[in-house]
Design a protein around this ligand. Structure first.
Ligand code: SF4
Length: 699
C-alpha cells in the first residue's frame, strides 16, 4: 500500500558531483522516497544511489549524543566491535562538556606548541557554507593554513594543471555539452558507475551516427558498447598515449595555427619536446598501435567540436598533473575549447567537491583560489576577517599524516571525512590518527576515523540541513532540510561556530544564508548569485554576469584568466609509476568505486537497498590470471602489496585486463587503502591510488 507524503521538499542528491535535483517525500519526519526533479544536470533522472540511498539517514546507529573517550580506552577502529557498541570506549556527554573539551584541547595545543601543531580536514560532502566556515576556523582560530579535504585525493592534480594552463580549476563546459560535441573523449573515468546520470547524456549523444565517442581506459567499461573505439592502454602510460596524439596533431598540421598564435603560449617548446613521442615509438609503451593513436588524434583535431571528460584514472597518479597537462595541450593546440561542444571537464567525485574547493578548503588557497602566499591577497583577507593570518601554505592530506608521525601535528579537527578509510597506506594513516594528542571528529556515524577520536560531535545528514552545493558543472544549487536530525545531533555549521566561539572567536551567524552572504563578499565567482535567488530559481551557474541571467556555461570564449590572458602549453615527460610490478608483486592493483557504494561506504553501506546489491568485499580479476593461479570466482584470496595484506573473495571480471586487479575502497572489512601507494604527485600532491604493484595468493 502506497504511503502518501505530508510534504515534498526540493533538494539535491548527496552523492556524486552530477548534482541531480531531487524531490524528497516526507511523512512523519521520515523520508518515504526520493524522485528526480527537472534540474539542469538530470532532467528528472536519478541513479540507484540517488533513488535508494537515503535510509542511512534513519539508521539506528546514527550518532545522537556527544561522546567523550573514556580515560585509557584504546583508540582505533580495529578494536573489532560493531559501531553501535562503543559504550566501553566512549561515554555520553552534554553538549557544553563536549564542546568545551573539544575546544580546550585544540586551544591548549595551539597555545603551547604553536598554530602549526593543529590541522583540520573539512568535507566535500558538506555545504559551501560549512566548507567556508571550516577553513575560516582553521585559518583564524587554529592560526595556520593546515586545512584540506578529499579533493587532495581525487582531482588535486587536475586543479593544479588547469590553474597553470587555463587559469581556472573548474570545468570549462558542462558535461551536457556532449549534446553539441562531434567528438567525445572519455579518459580514465567510468561514468556509468561513478556519474551514472552524466553517463546517460553521453549514451544519448553517442547514439548519433555523426558523433564519435572514444573511451580511453586500461579497464573495459559499459560505455565501450557505444564507442567508435576503446583504447585500452597500459596502466600508468597516459602521457605516452596522449603525447603521441599531440605529436600527430602537430606533425600532420592538424593544429589550429591562428588559435595557437592568438591564445596560447609555449607552443614552440611543446613542438620541440613532442618530437620524442611519435605514435610509432609510443605504441609499444602505451599498448595502442600507432594507426589507432593517429586516427583518434585526427578525429579529435578535425571535428567541429571536441570535448574531453576525465576522472581519477587520469588524476590519481604520481604523474597525474602531467596527464592533465597533456589533455590541456591537446585542447589548446586544436582550439577545441571556449565554444559549444568543446572543452575540458574533469568529472568531480563527491557532491560538493567543486564548492568545497571554491570555498577555500585548500591549504595553499583562500576562497576562490587566491594564494595564501600573495601578500596583497593575504592583507585583504586579514582586513576582511580582522585577524593576522599565516603567511605560509599549509599541509595537504598525506603531508598531515606524515607530520603527525614526525610529531609536528598533535591535534586535529575532522568534519565529515573518513581518512581512516580514504587515505593511502592505511596502517600509516590509522597509526597517525592514534598518535594524536587530541582529535575531534564531527560526523553522523561512528566511522573508522571516529573510533580514533577524543571527542565526537554528532551532526546532520544532507537531508537534515539547508545549504548550497556546487556540482561538477559549476551549477550552484540549493539543498533543503527535509527531516530533523536524530536525538541531540546538530547542524554542522552550528557546531563549527560553537567550536570557534569556544576557541575565542566572536562569530554570530544565525543561518547559513548569512555565511553565504559573507562568502559572496570575497568570492567574485559568486557575483550575482544570492541565497534568495537560489531559493527562487534553484540553480545559477557561475560565473554569472547579471542578476537575472542563468550564468556562463562555456568558459574561455575570450581568452583565459591567466597572467598573460593566454592558455599555457606545458611539455611533459615519460615518468614511470612510483612502483612497477616485479617477481614478488607481479600484478597492478587499481582501486575505485562501485555503482552502488559511495567512497568509504559510510552512507551507502548503511543504506539497505544499496548494501544488499553489493554486500561484500571482492577483488575483480581477469579470467587468465585466475586460471594461472588455479582459482575460481568466489574463492578467498589474499591481496598483498608492500604496505600490507587483506583477504577477500574473487570476482571474475572481463573488464580488468590480464595483469591488473581492481578493488573498491568502500569495504572496511577488506580496506583497499591498506594496500595503496602513498607516493605523491609533486604538483597536485595526490597519491598514486591507481597503480600499486601487488600479489594475489589463493587461501
Ligand atoms: Fe546522485 Fe550522482 Fe546518481 Fe545523480 S548521478 S542521482 S547526483 S549519485
Amino acid at each position: 500500500r502506497e504511503e502518501y507524503p505530508d510534504e515534498i521538499i526540493n533538494s539535491v542528491c548527496p552523492f556524486c558531483g552530477v548534482g541531480c535535483q531531487t524531490e524528497v517525500h516526507v511523512k512523519d519526519d521520515k523520508i518515504l522516497k526520493i524522485d528526480g526533479r527537472d534540474g539542469p544536470a538530470n532532467e528528472k533522472r536519478l541513479c540507484v544511489k540517488g533513488r535508494f540511498g537515503f535510509d542511512y539517514i534513519h539508521n539506528a546507529n546514527r550518532l545522537t549524543k556527544p561522546l567523550i573517550r573514556r580515560d585509557d580506552a584504546p583508540r582505533g577502529w580495529d578494536i573489532g566491535v560493531p559501531d553501535n557498541d562503543f559504550s566501553q570506549f566512549f561515554r555520553e556527554a552534554t553538549w557544553e562538556e563536549a564542546l568545551e573539551r573539544a575546544a580546550s584541547g585544540l586551544s591548549k595545543i595551539r597555545d603551547e606548541k604553536g598554530p602549526k601543531s593543529l590541522a583540520g580536514f573539512g568535507s566535500a560532502k558538506g555545504s559551501n557554507e560549512e566548507a567556508y566556515l571550516f577553513q575560516k576556523l582553521v585559518r583564524t582560530g587554529f592560526g595556520s593554513n593546515n586545512v584540506d579535504h578529499c579533493t587532495r585525493l581525487c582531482h588535486a592534480s587536475s586543479v593544479a594543471a588547469l590553474m597553470e594552463g587555463v587559469g581556472s580549476g573548474a570545468v570549462s563546459a558542462p558535461f551536457t555539452s556532449v549534446a553539441e560535441a562531434e567528438c567525445i573523449i572519455i579518459i580514465g573515468c567510468r561514468p556509468e558507475q561513478n556519474h551514472p546520470v552524466a553517463a546517460s547524456y553521453i549514451k544519448q549523444a553517442a547514439k548519433d551516427p555523426k558523433k564519435h565517442l572514444f573511451v580511453l581506459d586500461p579497464r573495459g567499461q559499459s560505455l565501450v558498447k557505444y564507442a567508435d573505439k576503446h583504447l585500452q592502454f597500459k596502466p600508468g602510460r597516459d602521457v605516452a598515449m596522449l603525447n603521441a596524439m599531440i605529436y600527430t596533431i602537430i606533425e600532420e598540421n592538424l593544429y589550429d595555427v591562428q588559435y595557437v598564435q592568438a591564445n596560447t603560449e609555449g607552443f614552440e617548446e611543446l613542438k620541440t619536446n613532442i618530437k620524442d613521442f611519435s605514435p610509432e615509438d609510443m605504441a609499444e609503451i602505451c599498448g595502442i598501435d600507432a594507426q589507432t593513436l593517429r586516427e583518434t588524434a585526427r578525429v579529435y583535431a578535425t571535428s567541429e567540436a571536441s570535448l574531453i571528460l576525465w576522472g581519477m584514472g587520469v588524476s590519481q597518479h604520481t604523474h597525474g598533473t602531467d596527464n592533465v597537462r597533456s589533455l590541456i595541450a591537446m585542447s589548446l593546440i586544436t582550439g577545441q575549447i571556449g565554444r559549444p561542444g568543446t572543452g575540458l571537464h574533469p568529472l568531480r567525485g563527491q557532491n560538493n567537491v567543486q564548492g568545497a574547493s571554491d570555498a577555500g578548503l585548500i591549504p595553499m588557497l583562500y576562497p576562490d583560489y587566491q594564494s595564501v602566499e600573495n601578500e596583497e591577497i593575504r592583507t585583504r583577507m586579514e582586513d576582511f576577517w580582522g585577524m593576522e593570518l599565516d603567511r605560509q601554505k599549509g599541509l595537504t592530506v598525506v603531508e598531515t599524516m606524515d607530520a603527525i608521525h614526525d610529531g609536528n601535528v598533535t591535534g586535529m579537527f575532522i568534519q565529515g571525512e573518513n581518512p581512516a578509510m580514504s587515505d593511502p597506506d592505511q596502517h600509516h594513516a590509522r597509526e597517525a590518527l592514534s598518535k594524536l594528542d587530541h582529535l575531534v571528529v564531527q560526523d553522523i556515524f561512528m566511522t573508522e576515523t571516529a573510533w580514533h577520536a577524543d571527542v565526537i560531535l554528532p551532526s546532520s545528514a544532507h537531508a537534515e540541513k539547508d545549504g548550497t552545493f556546487t556540482n561538477t558543472n559549476r551549477q550552484v544549487q540549493i539543498g533543503r532540510a527535509a527531516v530533523s536530525p536524530p536525538g541531540e545531533a546538530r547542524q554542522d555549521w552550528e557546531l563549527i561556530q560553537e567550536l570557534a566561539q569556544h576557541m575565542g572567536l566572536n562569530w554570530s551567524y544565525t543561518h547559513p544564508k548569512e555565511v553565504f552572504n559573507e562568502m559572496a563578499q570575497i568570492m567574485p565567482s559568486l557575483n550575482n548569485i544570492t541565497w534568495e535567488r537560489l531559493e527562487r530559481e534553484e540553480v545559477v551557474t557561475y560565473p554569472c554576469s547579471s542578476a537575472d541571467g542563468p550564468g556562463t556555461e562555456i568558459l574561455f570564449a575570450q581568452g583565459f584568466p591567466t597572467a598573460s590572458g593566454r592558455g599555457k602549453l606545458v611539455s611533459t615527460a615519460l615518468i614511470d609509476p612510483a612502483e612497477l610490478p616485479d617477481k614478488e608483486f607481479p600484478l597492478v592493483l587499481t582501486t575505485g568505486r562501485l555503482l552502488e557504494h559511495w567512497h568509504t561506504g559510510a552512507m551507502t553501506r548503511r543504506s539497505q537497498v544499496l548494501d544488499n546489491l553489493e554486500p561484500e568485499a571482492v577483488v575483480f580479476v581477469n579470467r587468465l590470471d585466475m586460471n594461472s593461479l588455479g582459482i575460481v570466482a568466489g574463492d578467498w584470496v589474499s591481496v598483498t602489496t608492500r604496505r600490507g595484506t587483506v583477504s577477500l573473495k574473487v570476482r571474475q571480471d572481463r573488464e580488468v585486463p590480464e595483469g591488473m586487479i581492481f578493488m573498491p575502497f568502500c569495504f572496511s572489512e577488506a580496506a583497499a587503502n591498506m594496500l595503496t601507494n602513498p607516493q605523491l604527485d609533486p604538483f597536485g600532491k595526490i597519491p598514486e591510488f591507481k597503480y600499486s604493484a601487488a600479489r594475489l595468493d589463493p587461501l
